[in-house]
Design a binder for this molecule. Structure first.
Ligand SMILES: [Zn+2]
Length: 137
């Protein structure tokens, strides 16, 4: 597992299982019991059918790059040793689009459509799912 001295995002109650799964190096998604849609980020109501019934399922961790950008100026002091780094929108195999960092070898050479897989990063107060390249589109 990678490590980084970065803060974690604020976690609300809807996303508690997402973060518990990340601690076990698993990517979890809510799945609507009404229409079956996977959703991210976690939320109380399904954005497709408005059902409040959902269950958690383990995601494959595979996806493709929808879009990405290279961040060259640190947004806060904690990120100054990280730049340049890649902020990406990943289309997960299960459907949801996730904003994340692209990390690891070759991350700066991303291309739209590249295949990615989840990896996990130990931070100051939790574990953050991130993605890395597995091939070139
Ligand atoms: Zn639904």
């Amino acid at each position: 597992m990678r490590t980084a001295a970065l803060p974690m995002p604020f976690a609300n109650a809807d996303a508690a299982e997402y973060w518990r799964s990340a601690e076990k190096e698993e990517l979890a998604l809510q799945k609507c019991k009404g229409c079956g849609a996977a959703r991210f980020p976690a939320r109380h109501l399904c954005p497709v059918c408005w059902s409040d019934q959902a269950e958690w399922s383990r995601a494959s961790g595979r996806g493709t790059i929808y879009a990405a950008t290279v961040v060259r100026r640190a947004p806060s002091p904690e990120y100054k040793d990280m730049v340049p780094y890649v902020l990406a929108l990943i289309d997960l195999e299960e459907g949801p689009r996730m904003i994340t960092n692209l990390v690891g070898d070759g991350a700066l050479n991303w291309r739209i459509g590249d295949a990615v897989r989840v990896t996990f990063e130990r931070r100051v107060d939790g574990v953050m799912p991130q993605f890395e390249l597995v091939g070139n589109g």
